[in-house]
Design a protein around this ligand. Structure first.
Ligand code: ZN
Length: 653
């Protein structure tokens, strides 16, 4: 790891990494950062290069080492490496927190920001200094010492409360025990996995147990029972924690000069003000409702006689609807999506659209034998590296995500190329079958690959703005945009080949997939709007000490926004883990999707493989990262103001 440390063009030699070398490298990067910090602080030369670029260089080196260690903390199969990486990540996070609270550093950069040199800065340089100072001040540096101590204290309490909230959800265990006749509807392999010695079945609240049961179990009484238990995760402990959290977040925002916590959070996002988000949610509710009402009627029509649907019934009837009226067999679709073919297909799209090649690197150092490495080239020059770690293993991160390892950055020795890793959990091949993906998993691949492209195609001079270093309500634009390529027949027919016969995905089957695509899309979107509105209300228009309880508030909004009534005996807010992580930011996913669909309409019109549009997308958006306001990037690409039409159309409206 020593040579890697000096310069990141190379990659670490993963085979040589053990617990000891991780400890060593953690200590070393901290010592090096301290030395680099002295350079930023010292020196009388007040230039962007001496101050801001040095600061960017320091954080880039720190995050490049952290990136590798973070990856190992989520993927290593070596117990010692895994444990040490997890410890080191905490050490590095604490070190990073220390930097963001370093008063001497703040004063030094602030002084520079007020200098003559800084006053004439333009473009990304101006943006960088402005945002750096703002970040320090959002951490409390504009406050008097006493208030700063209070703020620190609030932050400590908040992070403890957030951990406790999540732990209460994760550790909450409950189940139903049912007999053979009550498990009717579930597939055999599910039954085998849940059968106990006495012949009864134990169904728990874990996803692989809960979700299929809600979808397939014919017994309505047990579905209801399990649903209520599921929506009591974290209850009753989390209600108090939530109330305390909201109160402290309010207090923190007030201390920093904001009216509400939402204002504090959204100020630095694309939306800028809570009001913009309120309007967004409201307008969308009105537009989506007709589709949701149509969905609801369609669901009712197959229930044979019901005139109302309860929350524990929608998943079940949705599944029947897909089978009966849309005749779509997910297993049949899977046969056309062999994992290697999917990646070949994506590489081909990237070649046509962006003129880049993914060249497989043999004998390249990796952290596990399953991992494959590609060098990314454009006209023979190397522009980045992508690792694929696609199959599940013990201790591995259990969802799908794109991990940034090294970000792009301009250096005196040339451009530091970005390195990225897709970490997923797709079914591995077996002696009888290659790795086959459901179409939902195929769109996941495209989604994560969209994040990967954002990182790989960056040209940002500063690491602070490279790749996915953009505001949170924009970061899901490139990923959701790229999902659309997985829904186009001309694209799919290039690589969706039956794994045995090599027959192309039949058009009739594809048409069925398209017909089923928007089944329930209105109901689903309303549910997302409910979550977003609830999160926003808690952080913008709610006083936990005097208003209704968090659960009463949720139930009221549910009645107002969605078509299904709240269920007696549930406490959704206690189980809603995202309230901690997103905190007034849940709206971001839908918000980004509206822009993603709008931008996709340009490709739809001019060609999904049109290199001109591809180039424009790279030039105006992907290459920029955060070096330009995200809204300007969107407008520059569209050549007009953004609109909602394409998004509504994508829902089937
Ligand atoms: Zn994403």
């Amino acid at each position: 790891m020593e040579s890697y440390f000096e310069f990141f063009y190379s990659s670490p030699n993963f085979e040589e990494i053990d617990a000891k070398s991780i400890r060593y490298i953690t200590d070393k990067i901290i010592r090096k950062s301290d030395a680099a910090l002295a350079v930023v602080l010292g020196g009388d030369t007040q230039t962007f290069e001496m101050k801001m670029e040095k600061w960017d260089e320091l954080t880039h080196k720190l995050s490049s080492i952290s990136g590798i260690i973070f990856l190992l903390a989520h993927t290593s199969s070596n117990k010692e490496v895994y444990n040490q990486a997890n410890q080191s990540i905490q050490v590095l996070q604490r070190y990073g927190n220390g930097l963001s609270l370093n008063e001497e550093l703040y004063k030094s950069l602030k002084k520079y920001s007020q200098s003559d040199d800084a006053r004439w800065l333009k473009g990304y340089k101006k943006k960088f200094i402005k945002e750096t100072i703002r970040e320090f001040e959002r951490n409390g540096f504009a406050l008097v010492q006493q208030d700063r101590d209070t703020l620190r204290n609030i932050k400590d309490q908040l992070s403890d409360l957030a951990n406790e909230f999540s732990r209460n959800i994760a550790e909450h265990q409950d189940q139903i025990i049912i007999s053979e006749k009550d498990i009717e509807g579930l597939p055999e392999d599910y039954k085998n996995r849940h059968k106990m010695e006495d012949g009864m079945y134990k169904i728990t609240l874990d996803s692989p147990s809960y979700r299929p049961f809600m979808r397939y179990a014919k017994n309505e009484k047990w579905r209801k029972e399990l649903y209520i238990k599921y929506l009591n995760k974290g209850n009753p402990k989390n209600t108090d924690i939530l109330i305390k959290t909201i109160a402290l977040r309010n207090q923190m925002a007030n201390l920093l000069g904001y009216k509400t916590y939402a204002q504090y959070v959204i100020e630095e996002r694309m939306a800028k003000t809570p009001n913009t988000v309120w309007n967004f949610e409201e307008e969308l509710t009105n537009k989506v409702k007709p589709k949701a009402e149509k969905d609801y009627k369609e669901l009712l029509s197959i229930t044979e006689g019901k005139n109302e649907l309860k929350s524990w019934e929608t998943g079940f009837y949705n599944n029947i609807l897909l089978e009966k009226n849309y005749n779509l067999n997910a297993e049949e679709v899977k046969q056309y999506f062999e994992l290697n073919n999917i990646f070949k297909g994506i590489f081909k799209i990237c070649k046509d659209l962006f003129g880049i090649d993914f060249v497989k690197m043999y004998h390249h150092s990796v952290w596990h034998e399953d991992v494959i490495v590609y060098e990314v080239r454009k006209k023979h020059s190397v522009i980045g590296k992508m690792y694929l770690d696609l199959y599940p293993r013990a201790n591995k991160y259990s969802h799908a995500a794109c991990f940034g390892l090294v970000s792009g950055r301009e250096t005196p020795r040339g451009y530091q190329t970005p390195h990225t890793a897709l970490v997923c959990n797709f079914p591995p091949s077996t002696p009888n079958s290659p790795s086959l993906l459901s179409h939902e998993q195929v769109t996941t691949v495209f989604h994560e690959f969209g994040h990967g492209l954002h990182q790989l195609l960056t040209k940002s001079p500063l690491a602070a703005f490279a790749g996915t270093s953009v505001v949170r309500d924009f970061v899901e634009v490139p990923s959701q945009l790229f999902e659309n390529w997985a829904w186009d027949y001309d694209i799919l027919k290039e690589f969706a080949l039956h794994h045995k016969t090599e027959e192309v995905l039949p058009k009739e089957l594809f048409d069925k997939m398209i017909a089923a695509r928007n089944v329930g899309s209105g109901l689903f979107t309303l549910q997302q709007i409910l979550y977003g509105t609830y999160d926003l209300t808690l952080h913008d228009k709610y006083n936990p000490l005097t208003d209704e309880s968090p659960n009463e508030l949720f139930n009221r909004l549910q009645r107002q926004i969605t078509l299904t009534a709240p269920v007696e005996g549930t406490d959704f807010p206690s189980a809603f883990g995202h309230l901690m992580g997103y905190a007034a930011g849940y709206y971001g996913y839908l918000w980004a999707k509206v822009y993603a669909e709008d931008m996709f309409s340009v490709f739809e019109k001019e060609g999904l493989l049109n290199p001109k549009v591809g180039k424009k997308y790279v030039d105006k958006v992907l290459s920029k990262g955060g070096s330009e306001e995200e809204m300007s990037q969107i407008k520059n690409f569209l050549g007009r103001e953004p609109k909602q039409e394409a998004f509504l159309k994508s829902l089937g409206l």
